[in-house]
Structures are given as structure tokens and as C-alpha cells.
Design a protein around this ligand. Structure first.
Ligand code: FAD
Length: 381
């Protein structure tokens, strides 16, 4: 066992939630270590649409220019297609948000890791956290991490942050309670297509299916389809490109026509679906941010935005210190998350008519506006 010295906080997981939390805590003067079992700049299973709250935070943190300089295309119009009806919404500039963006995760996550390192965070990739350390009173007081060579490191910290995704080791070992379970899990197939005209983001809905086309880096568009799990099992097995084209032809003929026979870069990615959950956000000596604490179906494309939001709220609590500050963090996380969680679960159930999903989108919009207003108005990092 290699003993290292003590940190104010150790963050487990260094992608959007963890790298942002680590960066913000370091900027507040804390001594922070971030660990990730993966490598720097690697990809992950995720499309990339950032909502207004995410862009606002990235601009505030000075990270947005890195994404823009890397050629991430600005998105100024979002069009919702309900069957043949199309409703276009132009972005209203404000709060430091001139456009939305959908950066590749290789770019977004590494930009946040770089900003965290510049803020003084010590970052160790290829370190897997396997255990928690506790003090005599049973409070979480550090982690055990295993490096690539199989060496164990005992790391002491005043705060352990689980930013380690849906299967969070920190949540499991800290026995974070599940406060809410979602009822539905949809599945998703997506790929990166060259040569499409950039007319902003398009979200398409048909009874029992969703699809989207989102401009991202290098002149590519992410094209995805989302269907209930049962339909995935029945129709989407086998060749993934054939399956994507089949769903588009059946449910979204206009998008199928736009795609034509364009071939994607590499293989399509498949997400088999997972029901959402809301876990207890904090306990003695530990806290969760991002998917570790709260996961919802990707159909509302809000996970990255909420991971960044949680990082901002957590950094406030960590700088203030004390269990009461973490209890407030947890309450605010729950209050802002629950409306998004519930409406996402309804949309992911695919039991709606087109008029009903339109109404659900109005609810979603209301919840998003409330979240943006909270982040804009309050003195969060
Ligand atoms: C198909 C799909 C499409 C999506 N599309 C969108 C979208 O368009 N917009 C959007 O906002 N969101 C989207 N999401 C959701 C988004 O990807 C997640 O909400 C986001 O990745 C959460 O970030 P995070 O930092 O909390 O966790 P993650 O991105 O899951 O990162 C967790 C990190 O923890 C590390 N880790 C795990 N366990 C350990 C351990 N024991 N020790 C050390 N490190 C560990 C992992 O290596 C990983 O790097 C999508 C998700 C899916 C599945």
C-alpha cells in the first residue's frame, strides 16, 4: 500500500461532472485530487447536446472559448418535428449564451480536465477507486485506488466526491439511498454522418419513437434514433446502420431522405437503455455529482448540463464546508432535478400522442428555465 498525503477533496471520475467539480473546488483554494480509471481524452457513450444552463456555466468558467476555438459549430436554431408539424425556436442570446453547442465528449471532457489541471488539481488517470476509507466515527475520509501496475494507494481527504457515473462505486460503498426510480428505459442508436447541411438541431417525434440530428465537430452531425427497449430487442439487432435506416424510413421519412445513403464514420454506437434514478446526493464526508447521483434517459439530452450544474452547486457547499452546507446542496440538487427527472421519464415511456409529447416538452422547457434562472441568479461558481 502506497500512502499519499492528504487532500481537501478527492474526486472519483474525471469527465464532465468530476473534472468540473474538481476545477471549481481548486479555484476556491482547495487541494484537490481527481482520479479516473480511464484515459485522458477518451470517448464515452453519449451524444453531445448542451442545453442553455451548460453553455452558461462553461462561458462563466472560461472553458467555452476552448470549445469554440476547436471548431465546435454554434447552434442558433432548434426545430421540433411532431410528425409533419415543425416548430423552429431561435436561440435568445443572454446570460453569456450566444449559441448552443454539441462538442464531442473527447473535446469537452478534456477541456474540463485541462482547466482543472490549470486550477491546480492533481489528476491521475488509470487509477480505479475500489474502496472508501472511514474515520473512527464512521465518516468517509478517503479512498483506496489501484493504479495500472496494480499498486494500491490509500488517499485521505476531507471530502470524497463520486463523479463516477451510473454504476458509481462511491455511491455503492457509501450506501447512498435511492430516493426515486424511473419507470422507463429507452434505447438509442447513433452515429456521426458527414456532408449534411447545418440547419441547427432537429428533434423528431413519432408515436413510439424519437430521433435527432445535431451538428457537432469536424463537419459531422450526430444522427440518433431512440425507441422503447422492447422495440430495440425486436428490430434493432443485427447491422446497426441498417437498423437506424429502417427506423428512420418507417417513422421519420423526412430525416431518412435527408440522410440518403450517407455513410457514417466508423460503427454506430448503441445504448441498451437504463432506468433513471435519483440517489441521495450527500452524506457524512461524501457527495455525488452527475450520473453517479442522478441519471435520466438521454432522450431529453440533459445529463451533461445537470452534471455541470451539480459541480457548481457542490463547489459552493465544499467551499462553505460543514454538513449543513452539503444538506443544502442535496436539497437544491433534488429540487432542480425532480421536475426534469419526471418529465424525462414520461417522454422515455413513449406512451404519448404527438399532442401529449408537445405538452411534455412545454413542461421540460419550464423546468429548464427554472434551472437556468437558479444558476443565473444565485452566486454559484
Ligand atoms: C446514449 C447516450 C446519449 C446521451 N446524450 C446526451 C446529450 O446529448 N446531452 C447530454 O447532456 N447528456 C447526454 N447523455 C448523458 C451524459 O452522457 C451523462 O449525463 C454524462 O456523461 C454524465 O457525466 P458524469 O461526469 O457524471 O459521468 P460519466 O461521463 O459517466 O463519467 C464517469 C467517469 O468515472 C470514471 N469511473 C467510474 N468508476 C470509477 C472508479 N471506480 N474509479 C475511478 N474512475 C471511475 C469513468 O472512467 C468515467 O470517466 C447521454 C447518455 C447516453 C448513454
Amino acid at each position: 500500500m502506497h500512502n499519499t498525503d492528504r487532500f481537501d477533496a478527492v474526486v472519483v471520475g474525471a469527465r464532465c461532472g468530476g473534472a468540473a467539480a474538481a476545477m471549481l473546488m481548486a479555484r476556491k483554494g482547495m487541494r484537490v485530487l481527481a482520479l479516473d480509471r480511464g484515459g485522458y481524452g477518451t470517448d464515452t457513450l453519449s451524444t453531445h447536446a448542451l442545453m442553455r444552463g451548460a453553455v452558461m456555466l462553461l462561458a462563466r468558467w472560461g472553458v467555452l472559448p476552448r470549445l469554440v476555438e476547436a471548431g465546435t459549430p454554434p447552434i442558433r436554431r432548434t426545430t421540433f418535428h411532431y410528425g409533419e408539424e415543425a416548430i423552429a425556436v431561435d436561440l435568445r442570446p443572454g446570460d453569456g449564451v450566444e449559441a448552443l453547442y454539441a462538442p464531442r465528449r473527447t473535446l469537452l471532457d478534456s477541456a474540463l480536465v485541462d482547466a482543472a489541471a490549470e486550477a491546480g488539481v492533481e489528476i491521475r488517470h488509470h487509477h480505479t477507486v475500489t474502496g472508501l476509507r472511514h474515520d473512527d466515527a464512521g465518516r468517509v475520509a478517503g479512498v483506496i485506488a489501484v493504479d495500472e501496475a496494480g499498486r494500491e494507494h490509500a488517499i485521505n481527504a476531507g471530502l470524497v466526491v463520486g463523479a463516477d457515473g451510473t454504476g458509481s462505486t462511491v455511491a455503492r460503498l457509501a450506501r447512498a439511498q435511492v430516493q426515486q426510480d424511473a419507470r422507463h428505459a429507452a434505447t438509442c442508436l447513433y452515429g456521426y454522418f458527414p456532408g449534411l447541411t447545418d440547419t441547427g438541431t432537429h428533434w423528431h417525434y413519432a408515436p413510439g419513437a424519437g430521433a435527432g440530428c445535431i451538428p457537432t465537430n469536424a463537419g459531422r452531425h450526430v444522427v440518433f434514433v431512440s425507441v422503447p427497449q422492447a422495440r430495440f430487442a425486436a428490430e434493432l439487432r443485427g447491422d446497426r446502420l441498417d437498423a437506424l435506416r429502417r427506423v428512420l424510413r418507417t417513422d421519420f421519412p423526412a430525416l431518412a431522405a435527408e440522410l440518403g445513403d450517407t455513410r457514417p464514420d466508423g460503427d454506430l454506437m448503441a445504448f441498451a437503455g437504463r432506468k433513471g434514478f435519483l440517489r441521495q446526493a450527500a452524506g457524512p464526508g461524501w457527495a455525488l455529482v452527475g450520473d453517479a447521483g442522478y441519471f435520466k434517459d438521454p432522450i431529453t439530452a440533459h445529463g451533461i448540463t445537470d452534471a455541470l450544474r451539480d459541480a457548481a452547486l457542490l463547489a459552493e457547499a465544499a467551499a462553505e464546508g460543514g454538513d449543513a452546507a452539503f444538506a443544502r446542496f442535496a436539497a437544491r440538487r433534488d429540487d432542480l432535478s425532480l421536475p426534469l427527472f419526471r418529465v424525462t421519464d414520461e417522454i422515455a415511456g413513449y406512451a404519448w400522442t404527438l399532442d401529449e409529447v408537445k405538452a411534455l416538452h412545454l413542461d421540460l422547457n419550464k423546468a429548464m428555465k427554472r434551472e437556468v434562472a437558479a444558476l443565473a441568479a444565485e452566486a454559484v461558481s
